[in-house]
Design a protein. Sequence first.
Length: 266
Amino acid sequence: MQALTLSLIQTELHWENRDANLDMFRQLMDQVPANAHVIVLPEMFSTGFSMDPQKLAEPMDGYTVSWMKQEAMQRRKIIAGSIIIEEEGHFYNRLIWMQPNGVAYHYDKKHLFGFAGEDAFYTAGSNKVIVQVNGWKINLQICYDLRFPVWARQNPPNVHQEEGPSYDVLLYVANWPERRIKAWDTLLAARAIENQCFVVGVNRIGSDGNDIYHNGSSSLIDPWGEVLWNCTDRQEIFTYTLDKEALLSARTRLPFLKDSDSFIIL
C-alpha cells in the first residue's frame, strides 16, 4: 500500500448547465496540488440533481465522459464523479472513475431516492464496484446509498479466504440537502466505524433548480470515526494523504471485522 492523496472539491453547481459546470470544474482543478492522485467531484456534477434525464443524459461516448478522459489524461490524475448516462434506453445516475490512461470504471447508483422521484426516471444499478489505486481498494457509492449499511458492508475475510477486508476507502458523492444534513454527518461516521475504513463524502453547496439548499458538510473520516476534515457553506478544495498506518492500526488493535456475520452482498 503506497501513499494515496485525494483532492475533494465542494462547490455550487450551475443548474442543468453542463458547459458552465465543466468550465468551472476545469478552473477549480487547476488549483489541485500536483501530488494528488484522485480528484473527487459531487453527484451529477455536470447538471445538479435533475429529474429530467431525457433532456440531459449523455451516452458513455458523449461529451462529458470525453471531457473527463481528456482532463484525466492531461492532468495525470483520476477524476471521479457522477453524471446522467443513457444506455440501451435506460437512464443511470452513474459514478465515473476515469483514469489517466483513459480507462474508465463505473458504478450505477443502487438506491434511488424515491422521495424525489429518482426511481421514476432512473434505473437502479445492481453491482458493487471496488477500484484500486496504489494498493488501496475504494468502494464507490452515491448519496442515498449511504442510508443502507448492508450495501456498504465489508465482506468477512473468511468468506473468500481473502486476506483482510474487501476495501479500505468508502467513497460517496452526493447532492445531500441541508435539511437532512444531520443524517449525512452521522451516517458517514457510522460507516467508517463499522467497516474500519476511511470514509470520503463529497457534497455540493448552494440552492438547486428546485430551491433546495445544500450546505455541503463534505467530510473525510478515519477508521475510528474521527472527522479529519469537514467543510460547510463554502467552496473548498481539500487535499489529504491517507495514512496506511492509521488504517492498519485500527484493524489490528480492534480486529472485530473477523467476528461479523457471515453473509455477503454481490
